[in-house]
Design a protein around this ligand. Structure first.
Ligand SMILES: [Zn+2]
Length: 191
């Protein structure tokens, strides 16, 4: 019995390894529904960097081809260019936007290779590209100490977005938050 189990185990391990390697590769690529937001607060300045799959923002990740897709892309870029409507800061902090950059980046190779190998038929594999949006924001706040919370209206504007991994760095501390559509707010009290 013990022997049989060992043989089975070995067989299972051998069968599992390629799968694990594949999943590992996919972790390096983006995951639909999930984005990241890095926030650095220093003095009066708040800098943010957002990376988010095109699937979450416009619902497709190939280059825009039709007039409709181009219009969707333009609307999305315009929405992403208004960070204070996406990431809501207390009004008492008196923050204003000093600089915004929004662009679309291609993210192919690894992601597609992994999807192809695993034979996945979901839109992941069907998409020729995995474009993602990249945005950087520079804000200036008159009362940065009042930035005690951030509300993520982001999820109201982008229906396919499910989760953001948020990293906040201040002069004193560093914190990670998983912000979801169900709980779209974080508290920065004590940071
Ligand atoms: Zn993708």
């Amino acid at each position: 019995m013990f022997k049989l189990n060992s043989v089975l185990m070995l067989g299972m391990l051998a069968a599992m390894n390629p799968v694990q390697a594949e999943e590992h590769r996919e972790l390096g690529a983006h995951e639909h529904g999930h984005g990241t937001l890095n926030i650095a607060i220093e003095g009066n300045a708040i800098n943010m960097e957002l990376d988010i799959p095109g699937a979450d923002i416009v619902g497709f990740e190939h280059d825009a081809e039709t007039a409709e897709q181009k219009a969707m892309l333009d609307r999305a870029k315009a929405a992403l260019a208004r960070p204070l409507e996406l990431f809501v800061l207390p009004t008492t902090a008196a923050c204003s936007v000093s600089e915004v950059k929004v662009d679309v980046r291609g993210e192919h190779d690894e992601h597609d290779a992994a999807a192809k190998q695993s034979g996945k038929t979901e839109n992941h594999a069907a998409e020729a590209h995995h474009n993602e949006f990249h945005a950087t924001y520079a804000l200036a706040c008159k009362a940065p100490a009042e930035v005690t919370s951030i509300g993520f209206d982001f999820f109201k504007q982008f229906k396919n977005a499910q989760e953001l991994d948020v990293n906040v760095v201040t002069g004193k501390a560093q914190s990670k938050f998983e912000v979801t559509r169900d709980k779209p707010v974080i508290s920065l009290k004590g940071l």
